[in-house]
Design a protein around this ligand. Structure first.
Ligand code: 5RP
Length: 225
């Protein structure tokens, strides 16, 4: 049986084969995407040329170490494919993302892409979204007003994400509020409503964005959804 890390490596290896010469690709963030970057680095060494839009500083730094040519989102008109991870995937391929705090850039890059491919091990598959606390990317100024709004509207206690006893700071200087909704019945409505709260830059629901998911299992099998 494969470990979770080995499964991530397996799906990443398969996904790296989809990248072709001269493509512009988006590269997501997280531990699954770490392996994708390693595989893409090998392909660059082998002579493949493509350019990549990173979705976080961590991804950019890692990709640069692997000699992957980088471009900014503002510098491109089209992204052929974005490959990213997810924290939860439901049967309609609706997602919760943002476990690593990069949801804002991840959604912007995904939205600019012709195709969004999600890589995950089977533990990310759920019947209904919501067990994984939904991350909200919020402007630090007045973040408690957002927390209060979530409490009063949804009876959910949003938790300020911390790192080393300090608020976790995103690449854009924002905070993350993790919201344990438990059951999200209508992700399409919820994403719209959350993004209408003043101070919310974006939320981790990716609704109707993923085109395909490559899922790996402990026995080494893979399936696409
Ligand atoms: C980061 C993300 C990641 O894609 C998500 O958290 C999955 O990460 P991992 O591959 O480490 O499980 O959305 O903001």
């Amino acid at each position: 049986m494969l470990t979770q890390e080995e499964i991530k490596q397996l799906v990443a290896k398969q996904a790296a084969q989809l990248v072709q010469n001269n493509m512009t690709i988006g590269i997501g963030s997280g531990s699954t995407i770490f392996w994708l970057i390693m595989e893409l680095g090998k392909r660059v060494k082998g002579g493949l040329f493509f350019r990549a839009i990173p979705t976080s500083r961590k991804t950019a730094a890692l990709a640069a170490q692997c000699n992957i040519p980088l471009a900014e989102l503002n510098a491109v008109t089209n992204i052929d494919i974005t490959i990213d991870g997810a924290d939860e995937i439901d049967p309609q391929l609706q997602l919760i993302k943002g476990g690593g705090g990069a949801l804002l850039q991840e959604k912007m890059v995904a939205a600019a892409s012709r195709e969004l491919l999600i890589l995950a091990d089977a533990s990310k598959l759920v019947k209904q979204l919501g067990k994984f606390p939904l991350p909200l990317d919020v402007i630090p100024f007045g973040w408690k007003q957002v927390q209060r709004h979530i409490r009063e509207t949804y009876h959910v206690e949003a938790i300020l994400r911390m790192e080393d006893d300090q608020p976790f700071i995103t690449d854009h200087g924002h905070y993350i509020l993790d919201c344990p909704f438990q059951h999200i019945e209508h992700p399409d409505i919820l994403t719209y409503d959350l993004n209408a709260i003043p101070g919310v830059a974006d939320n981790g629901l990716f609704v109707n964005m993923a085109d395909i998911a490559l899922i790996g299992y402990p026995d080494g099998k893979m399936e696409t959804r």
